[in-house]
Design a protein around this ligand. Structure first.
Ligand code: SF4
Length: 502
């Protein structure tokens, strides 16, 4: 009995030991797996300006008025030059070596305290050089926001407030519905939970088929994933230089996205790589053979013969670029029916269609709904470009039906480039990049911009309680159109005219 008891105790001890060992082993494997897990994150780092934007304000100070003011201040504060010369600005504009006699307007935030207090000798005016940046659509405000985002990589708007417009033309006329502040809101943003920003590029069948033994039959998904719902578009106008292409290449590799470049340029600069998307002219589809590493190639316009040749010439996924010009719906459906993997829809740089002048959000909705109506939306990835120049435009374009957005002008302004002339037509864009731009500096600036826009997207997804950006596609219900809200509120009231005031 004793022996048996002892034997039982020994067995129990041995079993506990085994369990302990098993537990320790299991914990070790769990730890190893956890250590291998890498949460996607874009590293930011603040970078200095190489060609700063003109400052926002001009500060004009009347020297006699200032001298009289300082004299009167001596009676209050005594001979304390640092105090005397800094007043009345708490932001340091009057704190240079000779105080307000040589103000430092770059520090002015436009609070207007000085002009209110001393209207007789201080004037603060908007700087006309700053106002000249950009054009009526891509305003100096957009450019300044991009500049700041690229410098610091910070989230432009957090929960505490949006200082932009609540209505107006274009994307300003669309508000996003953030009424569901639930998990994964802050948890997702701070990394305790996951909000996914990855998107699939390619095609999926509308349903899966299996044989009697449960094996997958017929068409299967043919796609790859990128980590952010934006890619870099072909640099517009004269911006397509080798220097900029190298920046797009290295940045797109770093953040795991794609960069579109003209096929001839890729050959010239020997840049074939999996993250580079060659744009193949319809006249020379066989050029695709020159890019064995490409995962995606794009045909520059819909052409059935060119598409067939392209299919023969490459194993890569095939996209087609289609402009929002007359007959785009027909071209879109032909391309999809011929099984292109991706359609890249282009509006002009003000986000307008080339013929009907509708805004890109309406055009994208039409494209998305057309594909749903024909029962083939998931068979194609929709990418779009034109008029997307602000962090909030990205989710708004996705709500309108895009899978991913292609960035064009923001790249120029992220790198502190300057535009000269039209910012409407892609081909007519003229711009210059800073002479002091280095590869390393430019890559970090562009990376910061991407991090900033992604973080802004996470804020919006978190506020909506949406766990991944793929679920935002075509979620029109999460947006409100200001003109619709106004119609609802004011229709029937005398003097109200839809879209304007009588
Ligand atoms: S407007 Fe405000 S920030 Fe600018 S100089 Fe006057 S006090 Fe200073």
């Amino acid at each position: 009995m004793l022996e048996s008891t002892t034997g039982g105790a020994t067995a129990a001890a041995s079993s506990a030991l085994t369990l302990d060992k098993f537990g320790a082993e299991s914990a070790r494997i769990g730890r190893e797996l956890a250590d291998q897990y890498h949460r996607y994150h874009i590293e930011t780092e603040e970078v200095d300006d190489v060609d700063p934007l003109p400052h926002r304000f001009l500060v004009e100070v009347g020297k006699i008025g200032l001298a009289k003011f300082i004299l009167s201040e001596v009676f209050h504060y005594g001979m304390k030059p640092d105090v005397l010369l800094s007043r009345p600005c708490t932001y340091g504009v009057f704190s240079g070596p000779v105080g307000g006699f040589s103000p430092l307007p770059k520090l002015c935030v436009g609070c207007l305290r000085c002009t209110v207090q001393h209207p007789d000798f201080v004037k603060v005016l908007p700087n006309p050089k700053r106002l000249e940046l950009g054009d009526s659509y891509t305003t100096h405000g957009h450019i300044a926001a991009i500049d700041e985002e690229s410098k610091r990589g910070m989230v432009p708007v957090r929960g505490q407030g949006y200082r932009g417009r609540f209505g107006g033309p274009g994307f300003d006329g669309m508000l996003t519905d953030m009424s569901e502040i639930v998990r994964p809101s802050r948890d997702g943003i701070h990394g305790r939970e996951l909000i996914g920003t990855s998107v699939d590029i390619g095609t999926k069948p509308m349903h899966l088929s299996f044989d009697e033994e449960g094996n997958l039959q017929g068409k299967t998904p043919n796609m790859f994933t990128i980590q952010v719902p934006f890619i870099f578009d072909v640099p517009p106008g004269d911006l397509g230089t080798a220097k900029l292409a190298k920046v797009l290449d290295s940045t797109s590799q770093r953040i795991d996205t794609l960069a579109c470049l003209k096929a001839a340029d890729i050959v010239k600069w020997q840049m074939d790589a999996p993250n580079i998307v060659p744009i193949i002219p319809t006249q020379a589809p066989e050029m695709a053979e020159l890019f064995p590493k490409a995962r995606l190639v794009q045909l520059d316009g819909w052409d059935k013969d060119a598409f067939d040749t392209l299919r023969e010439s490459t194993d890569a996924l095939i996209g087609v670029r289609i402009e929002f010009s007359e007959g785009w719906q027909e071209r879109l459906m032909k391309a999809v029916n011929n099984r292109v993997d991706l359609v890249h829809l282009n509006a002009d740089l003000h986000g307008r269609g080339y013929d009907d002048n509708r805004f890109i959000s309406d055009l994208l909705k039409e494209a998305h709904l057309l594909l749903i109506e024909k029962g083939c939306r998931d068979m194609v990835t929709l990418v779009g470009a034109g008029g997307i120049v602000s962090a909030d435009h990205l989710p708004k374009a996705i709500i309108s039906g895009l899978d991913a957005v292609a960035l064009d002008l923001p790249v120029l302004f992220a790198l502190q480039g300057r535009s000269h002339g039209s910012l409407t037509e892609r081909d007519a864009v003229k711009g210059t990049l800073p002479r002091k731009m280095t590869q390393e500096w430019a890559e970090q600036r562009l990376t910061n911009l991407c991090a900033s826009w992604r973080d802004q997207l996470l804020e919006i997804l978190g506020a909506m309680g949406i766990r991944e950006v793929r679920r935002l596609r075509g979620e029109f219900g999460r947006s409100m159109i200001v003109s619709h809200l106004e119609d609802e509120a004011f229709e029937g009231i005398e003097g109200y005219v839809s879209g304007g005031v009588a």
